[in-house]
Design a protein around this ligand. Structure first.
Ligand code: GLC
Length: 437
């Protein structure tokens, strides 16, 4: 590591050079793609302050004070089974939960630190274990969010003044051991894990020149971390919310608050969209990740469904966030929305789950998903002439309205395929056409 550091930022942190995913990893990646929809959970002692998970940093709360919060953390209404039932009702196939966020508090029983839910809170219950058991019972895949940076530990080198010095290397070597010990616990004590989802890499970037790609200016030791994950559980995927071009050893490319290929949130510092890695967009239900008592900017259900369609139509998954309250309940507004999405998915899930979207790029009228001998056209905007044109020909046996089964008029030429929309077509949310090949 040290010699790699000395070589300078350009050739550090290249992940696992020549990475070839193991057969188990390849299978898990396809399963992940099939799953399409997951629920993100941001929960920690920050939830008590009810102003999001960045509150300590944003409000410059001294760590010496902040670290007293766990002493009062007692989410008396927490019920893992109820959470997982509420989440499952949304149609989601997996959850990704914060095991340790930037504030450094571990929401699980870790031997690597006393700043955890068992040693530092009166609750003394390993909530991740309870959640893991409930997930396994209900057949949901369990993924762990894990922060690379830490606002509290003495060995995490936060000070930019020590960048690229021996001091930084020494500190980080210790901190990396700590992270590897925790990752080992997470992958040993909670059964099969679908993915470790890293966050915080962006804390160590060299500010890019305008218009330039972001340069990482630190050796996180990803080769060691990624190898550890793949060796402990070969079917556990690696995702890293680093907002840059994926490096070898990663299996999922993450897009924070953006659908792949768009850069509206301003985080995606590259327009690169991988064709090899699985893709995942993470979004909030309101505007916050961690519980924010004043945030009532709830997205409407049609908007959420259309977000799911726009990710599925880009061959990507959607990870939709809930921020549980300090009492241990998922906010009611979130639960309602999850249930509504579930209703829509129980009627239309066949056109989303297990599909891919590699036949056609998103069009003005909507997106195309496909599975086996079925193609689904999700019309989200009615074309003026009432005709959907696919820019390739198809040998279709049947074309029908997915909702009521009515046969629809279609025509194929040598170079395209058209479907005439019926006059009842309503694209307020999604009008679905099913083509059988
Ligand atoms: C950002 C935030 C973090 C949040 C994450 C979720 O990286 O720093 O608080 O957990 O996004 O995508």
């Amino acid at each position: 590591m040290a010699s790699a550091l000395a070589a300078g930022p350009a050739d550090i942190d290249e992940g696992i050079k020549g990475y070839q995913p193991a057969p188990e990893t390849v299978i898990a990646k396809e399963q992940f793609r099939d799953d399409k929809f997951g629920v993100f959970i941001h929960w920690g002692v920050y939830s008590m302050l009810a102003r999001g998970e960045w509150v300590m940093n944003v409000e410059k709360i001294p760590y010496s004070e902040y670290s007293k919060l766990p002493g009062g953390f007692y989410p008396s209404k927490f019920d893992a089974r109820q959470w997982i039932k509420q989440i499952k009702a949304s149609g989601a196939k997996y959850i990704t939960i914060t095991s340790r966020h930037h504030d450094g508090f571990s929401m699980f029983d870790t031997k690597a630190s006393d700043y955890d839910i068992i040693d530092a809170s009166p609750f003394k219950r390993d909530v991740l274990k309870e959640i893991a058991d409930a997930c396994h019972e209900e057949g949901l895949t369990l993924n762990f969010y894990y922060s690379l940076l830490d606002w509290g530990r003495d060995d995490y080198p936060r000070d930019p003044a020590i960048a690229h010095t021996e001091k930084e290397r020494e500190m980080y070597a210790k901190y990396l051991d700590f992270m590897c010990a925790q990752i080992t616990e997470l992958l040993t004590n909670y059964g099969p894990i679908g993915c470790i989802w890293f966050d915080g890499d962006w804390a160590k970037i060299k500010k890019p020149e305008p218009g330039q790609e972001m340069v990482i200016d630190f050796d996180w030791g990803y080769e060691r971390i990624y190898r550890l994950i793949h060796s402990l559980q070969p079917s556990c995927l690696v995702a890293n919310n680093h907002h840059r071009i994926p490096i070898p050893g990663e299996d999922i490319q993450v897009f924070e608050r953006d659908i792949p290929g768009e850069n509206n949130a301003g985080y995606g510092r590259t327009s690169h969209v991988s064709t090899e890695l699985a893709l995942e967009t993470c979004k909030t239900l309101n505007k916050s990740w961690g519980y924010d008592i004043k945030d009532d900017n709830w997205k409407s259900v049609p908007e959420l469904i259309r977000i799911l369609l726009s990710t599925a139509g880009r061959n990507a998954n959607l990870l939709l966030n809930v921020g549980p309250q300090p009492d241990g309940c998922i906010p009611e507004e979130s639960v309602k929305r999850l249930a509504e999405m579930g209703k829509w998915l129980s009627a239309n899930g066949e056109t989303i789950f297990g599909t891919r979207a590699t036949m056609l790029k998103p069009q003005k009228w909507g997106v195309l998903t496909h599975k086996d001998n079925k193609i689904f056209l999700h019309v989200m905007e009615l074309p003026e002439d009432g005709v959907i044109t696919l820019p390739f020909t198809l040998k279709a046996k049947k074309v029908k309205d997915f909702a009521n089964g009515a046969a629809l008029k279609f025509k194929k030429t040598k170079k395209d395929f058209t479907v005439t929309l019926p006059d009842w077509a309503d694209a307020t949310v999604d009008y679905i056409i099913e083509i059988t090949l």
